[in-house]
Every structure is written in structure tokens, then in C-alpha cells.
Design a binder for this molecule. Sequence first.
Ligand code: SF4
Ligand SMILES: [Zn+2]
Length: 319
Amino acid sequence: MDHQSINLDSITTSDIEHLRPPRNDVDPWKPYHLLVEPEFSRAKQLEDVTTAFLTNRECPFRCLMCDLWKNTLTKPTPRGAIPAQIRFALAQLPPAAHIKLYNSGNFFDRAAIPSDDYAEIISLVSGFKTVIVENHPKLCGPVCLEFRDRLEGAELEIALGLETIHEPTLAQLNKQMTVDDFRRAAEYLRSAGIYVRAFVLLRPPGMTEVEGIERALESISFAFDVGADVVSVIPTRGGNGIMERLAEAGAFHPPNLRSLERVLEVALSWCRGRVFADVWDVNSISHCTNCVSMRKDRLHQMNITQQVPPHVSCEMCCL
Ligand code: SF4
Ligand SMILES: [Zn+2]
């Protein structure tokens, strides 16, 4: 693909695959990352959440902006590996109220998480208040309800990537989904008593900074309309090959850290549900070394209090 002629509307799955850097060497019997962090909970208090980033078979979708495949396997996950990874995580980490089993893809994809392992997974996580998994809207069906029924006492929350409600951008993202698919999945899960978390991108390719902010806000509002009670805003990042090619061609610009603050300020003021900023790697979207740590701290405060602290004033970047 000639980068001079790159066109967001004609990028194919094979273009996306062709430009990928090498994947990381991961162990199918160990999560590739673990953490415990406090999150402002549905009960409006700070509660610890364990996150096990599970190593498993790669997601079958090929979204334009995705770099999650880097820590995945090219073959189906061996039977027993996921319970072993969860046991490993629980042994390493202090107790927490909730658990995220994030698998860089779709929990209800059986080549990723073998259904023969469900019983053991459920017995390992049933003591948590909430079990949070991620899944593509097109893969939400009766299997989610069966899994929920088998969780003893724990609530099930499913995190769905909405990305954006701007349909032309959603098509360019190669997400294989429409806004209506998201609506159907969210309403289906909510009607079954399963909580919905939505992921929204800030400034995906092809948008100006202002469009990035406006469309992120429209997308958050839509996620609440269809029943999400928590939305995580993710600054669109490079790192997967095709995004670097788009950046070279002027079709992708990472968002500014101040735009992430702006989106949180506005969305939190609606009081419609929890809104979190994904602050992993926010250093890379700051254009000012003088205020980056103050802005990071402000975003962290917004995440953990769901309130909007005073603005950061910086003599270097906001004169
Ligand atoms: S569905 Fe999620 S994990 Fe799969 S390619 Fe898209 S963004 Fe990546
Ligand atoms: Zn500054």
C-alpha cells in the first residue's frame, strides 16, 4: 500500500495485518499483565478492582486502531489455561471487590475462552461482587445469559466497544458493526440484568480535534441512552503499524490531553453514569511538559471522585 495514496475508506483487513509489527512472546499459562486499582463503583464508593489481562487466542476481528493482538496467541487457547491464569492472578494480588477478566478480545469467543473452562472460571470468581468481561456486540447472545445464571451471587458486567457513533468512522474502523448492532447488544444485555460498560474512542482517524471531542461526547451520551452505566474514554493511539501509516499521511492525529479533560468535564456534568478516562499512556498525548503531571492528576481525581476539579492553569500552554 502506497502511503501517499492511503485512503481511510479503502483500507482492507489485509492492509491492517500486513503493516503489523511483531507480536510479543506470551505464555498461554500466565496472564500477560495484572493489576489492582481503585475504581469509583456503581455503589458510589471507591472499591478495588483486580484486572487480569488474560493471554488467549487472538480476537477474530481486525479493527483499524487495535493493538491488543500483540499479547495474544495465534492458536486456540489450551483447555485449562484460563483457570490457571486466574488462579495465578488471585495468588499474586491482594483481595478486591470486583474482577475484570480482560482478554484482548471477546470473552464469549470459544476459541479464546474455552466453554469447557466456564465451570472452573466461575468457581474462581464467584466471590467477587462483579465479574467484568469484554465482548464484541455481535457476539452477545444466550451464552452471556447462561454464564450470568451460573455466577453465584456475582453480577456480570460486559464491556462493549462502541468506539464512536459516527457511522462513517465506525465503518472505517473495520469494527464489523453498526451503531444499531451496539444498541441491540446493549439493550439485550440490560434487559437480562447484565450491566454494560462502553468503550468510546477520543479522536479516531479522520477527525479534527474539535470533531473528536464532539463525537466522543455524542457517543458517551448514546451509550447512556442504550443502558450503559459506565463509559471509559480511550485516547486513540498509534502502535499497530497502520495507525503510524495514517499519521504519516496526515489522516490520524492523536488527541490532545486537554481534549480528554474536556470530554470528562462535560460528560461528568451530565450525572448520567460513571465516566472514566483511560490514563494509560497519557504522557504520549501531552504537548506540554510543564503541566502534564497536573493534568494527569486532575484526570485521576475525576476518575476516582466522578467530580470535576478546578482547571489546571499553565503559563506554558494556556496563556
Ligand atoms: S473487537 Fe476489540 S479486540 Fe477485536 S480487533 Fe476490534 S478492538 Fe481489537
Ligand atoms: Zn502546560
